[in-house]
Design a protein around this ligand. Structure first.
Ligand code: 3BY
Ligand code: FES
Ligand code: FE
Length: 424
């Protein structure tokens, strides 16, 4: 990709309801901009609380070249810091997850407490001011057990709107009393935006996801009005009735189910709960629960699937028996990490209450299929013949919402280039 592209011009001339121009998926300069203006400024979903259940538990995550350390303190709060020693910069915690007391740098022993304060630095002399050498903090906000971080100096305040809307949907699934049953890291050979665009539509589901389409209802995919006539309009109407009846039943048990869409917020998000296929219970190949131990206080296995999508990097599915979360972390212009985490009730016993293969297979297959589609999409955007193509207003409105959000954030960045970057 030539480096002569004028990024600002590309941003200004983006046509709505069309895929982005090729440099957005290929240019190293635009990738660097994405890391700064999108991943450096917005709330990024990186972990779930059950990854660090006890005080002293620590996990590290890599966000666009920045290693971040998350640590649960004695007060049960999760704090986040840049994983870089303030002496000569050594990486502090090298493991993906561990349990620690204080944060001790292996190199020369500088030691930080759980607030990131430097409490020990030998041989620095009596005039050395430890208080100026604390770890650089990052913002952390857990929404019902989903951990978001923000690397900017000032984090977008509308995460509180997201939390207020989403907590009634999420809290009944009681993530904080779940355990991680399995986590997978899959590297997709494509730009992170292709991963997100692919996730924001189910146009590709019928033709590519034979396992996912067992529990997911095809009627949720979005048909144009003429297709509704062709495709058994009676079935489509019955599905709409089914959604209505289930929503009423779930709402009466204290489970909000109606669609909430706030995709043009800076911290953009959307949620809805839909019935699963054939009176289905969960995202499994027989559509029955994968774990006998239901989440929270649930006694009913038929709670459908609550989906939750956030800009710029996550989606989640909540069922009566398990939760699946997805965190998208860009690695380079054409490589992206998709981290998938399966959660079950913390008292569920593997082999007795659930079987790991049964729990994970729908999304293991689906992720692999999506990775392959993203790879093909990336290969296409590198071709000289590639031109931005049209989105379907029926099946791809949320792909458009994602791209419009992305372009708006870059627009904000050009309007106020340094306004929110982390202080040096
Ligand atoms: O269900 C999801 O998470 C999305 C929507 C359709 C494709 N993708 C698997
Ligand atoms: Fe950490 Fe020296 S680099 S103590
Ligand atoms: Fe898919």
């Amino acid at each position: 990709m030539r480096d002569t592209v004028d990024i600002q011009e590309l941003v200004e001339r983006r046509e709505s309801y069309r895929s982005l121009e090729a440099p957005f998926y290929n240019s190293p300069d635009i990738f660097a901009l994405d890391i700064e203006a999108i991943f450096g400024r917005n709330w990024i979903f990186v972990a779930v609380e059950p990854e660090l259940p006890e005080p002293g538990d620590c996990v590290t995550v890599e966000v666009g070249g920045a290693s971040i350390l998350l640590l649960r303190g004695d007060d049960e709060e999760i704090r986040g810091f840049h994983n870089v020693c303030r002496h000569r910069g050594a990486k502090l915690v090298d493991e993906k997850s561990t349990t620690i007391g204080n944060i001790v740098c292996r190199y020369h022993g500088w030691t930080y407490n759980e607030d990131g304060e430097l409490i020990l630095a030998e041989h620095m002399g009596k005039d050395f001011d430890k208080s100026c050498h604390g770890l650089r903090p990052v913002h952390v906000r857990s929404v019902a057990g989903l951990v978001f971080i923000c690397l900017a100096k000032e984090a977008p305040g509308d995460i509180e709107d997201l939390a207020k809307t989403m907590e009634p949907y999420l809290l009944p699934h009681d993530i904080r009393n779940c355990k991680v049953a399995f986590q997978s890291d899959l590297i997709e050979e494509g730009n992170w935006k292709l991963t997100l665009e692919n996730n924001r539509e189910c146009y590709h589901c019928e033709g590519n996801h034979p396992q996912l389409t067992v529990p997911l209802s095809e009627f949720g995919f979005g048909f144009s009005p003429d297709e509704v006539d062709e495709r058994r309009s009676a079935d489509v109407a019955k599905y709409a009735e089914d959604v209505k009846a289930n929503h009423a039943r779930w709402e009466s048990c204290g489970l909000p189910s109606a669609e909430e869409e706030h995709l043009s917020n800076v911290t953009g998000f959307r949620t809805m709960r839909l019935p699963l296929m054939w009176e289905g219970e969960s995202h499994t190949l027989d559509t029955k629960v994968a774990s006998k131990k239901l989440l929270g206080d649930f006694t009913d296995a038929k709670l459908g699937g609550l989906s939750f999508w956030t800009h710029p990097n996550s989606w989640h599915h909540f069922m009566s028996d398990h939760v699946v979360t997805f965190s998208v972390l860009p690695l380079s212009a054409d490589r992206t990490l998709v981290r998938t985490t399966w959660l079950v009730h913390k008292d569920a016993i593997e082999g007795q209450d659930y079987n790991l293969d049964n729990l994970t297979q729908v999304w293991t297959y689906t992720n692999q299929q999506d990775a392959d589609l993203v790879r093909l999409a990336q290969l296409g955007t590198r071709q000289p013949a590639y031109r931005p193509g049209p989105y379907s207003q029926f099946t791809e409105p949320h792909v458009e919402a994602f791209c419009a959000w992305y372009i708006a954030r870059l627009g904000d960045h050009f309007a106020k280039p340094n306004a929110q970057m982390a202080a040096e």
